[in-house]
Design a protein around this ligand. Sequence first.
Ligand code: 13P
Ligand code: SF4
Length: 311
Amino acid sequence: IPEGIDLVEEINKLRKEKNAVILAHYYQSGEIQDLADHLGDSLQLARAAAKTEADMIVFCGVHFMAEAAKILNPTKKVVLPDTKAGCSLADSCSAEGLRGLREQHPNAIVVSYINCDAGVKAESDIIVTSSNAEEIINSLPVNQEIIFAPDRNLGRYLNQVCNRNMILWDGACIVHEAFSLERIAQQMAEYPKAKLIAHPEAQEDLLKFAHFIGSTSRLLDYVVENEAEEFIVATEEGILHEMQKLAPNKKLIPALVQDESCNCSECFYMKLSTLEKLYLCMKYELPEITMDEDLRIKALASINRMLELSE
Ligand code: 13P
Ligand code: SF4
């Protein structure tokens, strides 16, 4: 990268020249969020990817999200600033493993959280995100046997709110399991009027104390709409950037994690995207997401069912 170049200006030029659209998740750094054409949660970004007319989709998020954009847009170029941007949840579940579990429960249907790779999506009947999981599971017959993969915390939470007994895959998000209940209790004592809000990937002991549980976009709406003035936010810290923009007068406190040297929770994978990598990725149109067509078609069926079943 030439010294002294204005990366934001160059990225804007490339966006125009290449008819590119930049999609960014709420966990990206603030400077990347500010550059995005669409900023959103997993569902909003999948919908934006499904609708775009751009020639190139630049996905500032993690690999499974860019892969979902490719599944929905086979003829478009989809690039991701750093292919090492994985996800501990997606890594916890393989297509073979899920097929094995399915063989043990031949009458079950498989509902998978979007945080999984294309192989797992291809083995699934329906994909859900944390924004639409409750609605989709409630739409299934009450006596339907269901396997839910890969997040055991979201699965347990959904079993509770949907009054189900889904068979759970034993995966978890390392970021949302790192919160410290003890340190959060101290924060609640320090800010007695604050509402504790949490993502459903967090563990049950924390969710029990939360005033509100929801996906990133729901947490954002809650902070904007709720009359409280202070919020302890138990999800990845990137969301605080947009929250503070939309609710400039509210006090937002990142929930503390077990590691006492950290004052917030960060997803290492999400933070692999940088302005430099974004610029290079747009300039050279690399690294590109590619996929076997048979696999894509199978994975697409489960994503399409999600898009049909949720508002
Ligand atoms: P959302 O769909 O709520 O944005 O969640 C994505 C994610 O990776 C949470 O860790
Ligand atoms: Fe995956 Fe957790 Fe990072 Fe979300 S926060 S991308 S679930 S590792």
